[in-house]
Design a protein around this ligand. Structure first.
Ligand code: SF4
Length: 239
């Protein structure tokens, strides 16, 4: 049976999806986001190996905390790299009536499509809306999240759009207006402040951190961008 490689488990998360959630951080990511706060999840076959049933048994005990709106979120790393394993895990969760969510940078293939049949919500991170800037920020192509976004809409799969705002990288109004196009069909959209809490991990892993000296965005900037995003989404919805 396929094993999953797990970095860590956060029992009572409140920011990765609705309600109180247990967040499972999976190993493996091919992106190299300059602000990544989990570079220790990048390696694929690291962490602790679990069968789907072992992982299910480990997390199901937190169910009393989920209430009516919480559940389990698979995060990472990029959890969809282990889509085959996640399908087995989510299948068990759905049989037990648990809400399932995936926090992803976006990826679509046959394994992911199958997994989405057992997924209640996708938290899709559109890191930048300009293809060139996206590549500079992540080392990867915008086409992957774009394809996933289109697939979610076509198949009526509920999703949220998220973006981490990094001053000097994606904190301009033009970028936010582009982002609004991704948000029209989203159940919810969120702008998240860049932070430097993962910096020590980069140092420990001896990887050069290229955003050294970039401060988190001010509260005022975040408020302005959130307002601009909301106005643009509402404007687009009336067209
Ligand atoms: S997609 Fe997530 S885990 Fe991967 S590099 Fe970017 S922030 Fe880090």
């Amino acid at each position: 049976m396929e094993k999953g490689y797990i970095h860590s488990i956060e029992s009572l998360g409140t920011v990765d999806g609705p309600g109180v959630r247990t967040v499972v951080f999976l190993q493996g990511c091919v992106l190299r986001c300059r602000y990544c706060h989990n570079p220790d999840t990048w390696e694929c076959n690291a962490g602790k190996a679990y069968t789907a049933k072992e992982l299910f048994d480990r997390v199901i005990k937190f169910r009393p905390y989920f209430g009516s709106s919480g559940g389990i979120t698979a995060s990472g790393g990029e959890p969809l790299i282990q889509a085959k394993f996640l399908y087995e895990f989510f299948k068990l969760l759905k049989e037990a009536g648990v809400h399932t969510a995936i926090d992803t940078s976006g990826l679509i293939n046959e394994h992911v499509k199958k997994l989405l049949t057992k997924t209640d919500l996708v938290l899709l991170d559109i890191k930048h809306t300009d293809p060139i800037e996206y590549k500079k920020l992540t080392g990867s192509d915008l086409i992957a999240p774009q394809k996933m976004h289109a697939y979610l809409i076509e198949n009526n799969i509920p999703f949220w759009i998220r973006q981490v705002i990094v001053p000097g990288i994606n904190d301009n109004i033009e970028q936010i207006k582009e982002l609004a196009k991704y948000c029209i069909h989203a159940q919810k959209y969120e702008l998240i402040s860049y932070h430097t809490l993962g910096l020590n991990k980069w140092k420990k892993l001896n990887i050069p951190y290229t955003l050294e000296g970039v401060d988190p965005p001010s509260k005022e900037l975040m408020t302005n961008l959130r307002t601009a995003l909301k106005e643009e989404v509402n404007r687009l919805k009336t067209l």
